[in-house]
Design a protein around this ligand. Structure first.
Ligand SMILES: *Cc1c(COP(=O)(O)O)cnc(C)c1O
Length: 393
């Protein structure tokens, strides 16, 4: 319990918590999913209490997020019956547009959720710009819509690599932040953290006490029993690596991701989705002019790479961009520069083989014929993956 409390303190401090108490306000979770749920529920309960006090209806809560959301937010919306309002991502606007987000807000908005390290693209929503726009909006409307930052990946990257960048508790409306310990927190699954800017933002109703374990245990969370190993793992990593150690690990991962990104850019079939690599993950796709005449798709490349043991997923981007089939690489601690060269070699070899094809592959034909088809794509578990009928872009 003490190590857990210390981990929360360390995470809160990394995010520039203004809290002065010995123990800062936060909770342990099984991953970002649980951590996001807790942040979302707290925002919902705060909003509800305020509405009740004003004698206003509180039966139609909503929250605002970009279409780049991770599936947890769909779960949050469904399980708690809170309407999810989605700001579309487009090729021109690749991250959450603050003005568009504000257009979707009203008196029933419990929070806006920018993402640091968008799962689909690796990019960061501009929380500082959102905070500024929201401040003006809240002043004008009299609402006080807060921000929960889903920093599943970015929460353990930004404090080390971009300490000057304001995305955290330094911003006025950021009241809670969540992160995965098992992504760039460098711990095995499942571990997540959520922190609030102060005690007053964590509704009391979310703390539950039990006494049947021989002591009064107060807990905030969806799960009850859980392994403690990850907490020890996190605490160990924190004190073993220290700030400088984490910084070096993340810097190294970012450099390797940037290296692969620049090599991908040199390969004839490919174009990177973004010129920036802000987190150690990025995506790319087939150049439209190349794809037109190609006999293969990125699904075929995924298949070829998996034969060499690489898990490089091909997938379609979220709605409005769903015609784009992209491929993603995530670089973490342990993925060395040597491995990067091996992977790049395998990608090059796969392209050479695919270019020799005489006839189009099933996934390519499916795109060409505009027919829905289930292609045999083998992933980890040998499961079939449905390849929807998408244009070969
Ligand atoms: C991975 C991820 C989640 C879910 O995290 P888990 O730790 O897998 O539960 C939520 N949000 C974002 C942005 C993510 O990338």
């Amino acid at each position: 319990a003490v190590m857990n409390g210390k981990c929360i303190n360390i995470v809160a401090n990394l995010w520039n918590s203004p809290e002065k108490d010995t123990w800062k306000t936060g909770a342990l979770a099984i991953g970002s999913s649980e951590a996001c749920m807790l942040g979302g529920v707290a925002a919902w309960l705060r909003w509800r209490k305020k509405r009740q006090a004003q004698g206003k209806p509180f039966d139609k809560p909503n929250f605002v997020i970009s279409t780049g959301f991770q599936v947890v937010w769909e779960k949050f919306a469904q399980l708690w019956q809170i309407e999810m309002r989605e700001v579309p991502l487009t090729l021109e606007k690749t991250t959450l547009d603050p003005e568009e987000a504000l257009k979707m807000c009203d008196e029933n908005t419990i929070c806006i959720v920018p993402i640091q390290g968008v799962t689909w693209t690796g990019l960061n929503d501009d929380v500082e710009a959102l905070d500024k726009a929201l401040d003006a909006y809240n002043a004008k409307t009299g609402y006080d819509i807060p921000i929960h930052v889903d920093a599943a990946s970015g929460g353990f990257i930004l404090p080390f690599l971009y300490p000057e960048k304001k995305w955290d508790f330094r911003l006025k409306w950021v009241l809670s932040i969540s992160v995965s310990g098992h992504k760039f927190g460098l711990v095995y699954p499942g571990l997540g953290w959520v922190c609030w800017k102060g005690k007053e933002y964590l509704p009391e109703e979310m703390s539950f006490s039990v006494n049947y374990l021989g002591a009064n245990i107060t807990q905030v969370g969806l799960n009850f029993s859980r392994p403690a190993a990850q907490i020890l793992g996190q605490y160990y990593q924190f004190i073993r690596l220290g700030f400088q150690g984490y910084k070096e690990v993340q810097y190294n991962s970012l450099q390797i991701a940037k290296y692969i990104h620049s090599e991908i850019a040199k390969m004839v079939p490919f174009v990177n989705y973004s010129n920036d690599v802000v987190n150690p993950l990025f995506i790319w796709y087939l150049k439209p002019e190349y794809a037109k005449n190609a006999k293969w798709t990125l699904y075929d490349l995924q298949d070829k790479l998996s034969q060499h043991g690489w898990m490089v997923p091909a997938y379609t981007l979220p709605s409005k961009l769903e015609d784009y089939v992209v491929m993603r690489i995530v670089v973490r601690q342990g993925f060395s520069r040597d491995m990067a060269d091996m992977l790049l070699g395998d990608i090059n070899n796969a392209i050479t083989e695919l270019e020799k094809l005489e006839y189009p592959t099933p996934t390519r034909m499916a795109q060409e014929k505009n027919l829905p088809v289930e292609a045999k794509m083998f992933n980890h578990g040998g499961c079939r993956k449905t390849v929807k009928n998408k244009k070969n872009l």
